[in-house]
Write a protein that binds this ligand. Structure first.
Ligand code: AMP
Length: 114
């Protein structure tokens, strides 16, 4: 989608710090990191949110987690741990309506959330 910032990044038309990309998924650094590692893992296909997932996207969603793990390993935080967050809709604070998984780590995080 031409008006979607993540679609523009995936196509290389907007700048990003890309850490991983293949034909299905891209992973790039968040521009406003909340922790030493803050990476967004996104499907290359435009899907607005979890609310818009279809049954045929189930394998793709699983693959997002596989890539998140791979990037966590690349970043050296798989052993210390990390948090994966998917915001969905206004109450969650979702601001970019292209499905994305926040991979956050590199420091101990507070809990509970919300
Ligand atoms: P969410 O609130 O879950 O929709 O999170 C959207 C995230 O995208 C925020 O953490 C933003 O900092 C991040 N973001 C927005 N624009 C860009 C961009 N051009 N490059 C990298 N991250 C971005």
């Amino acid at each position: 989608m031409s008006n979607c910032i993540f679609c523009q990044i995936i196509l290389g038309k907007s700048p990003s710090h890309m850490l991983y990309q293949d034909e299905r998924v891209s992973a790039f650094r968040d521009i406003h990191p909340v922790a030493p590692t803050h990476v967004l893992v996104v499907p290359n296909q435009h899907i607005a949110s979890v609310n818009d997932l279809a049954r045929e996207d189930e394998a793709l969603v699983g693959y997002l987690f596989t890539v998140a793990h791979q990037v966590a390993r690349q970043e050296g935080i798989d052993g210390t741990g990390y948090r994966l967050i998917i915001n969905t809709g206004p109450h969650s604070g979702q601001v970019v309506f292209h499905l994305h998984l926040h991979l956050i780590g590199g420091q101990r995080m507070r809990f509970p959330m919300g």
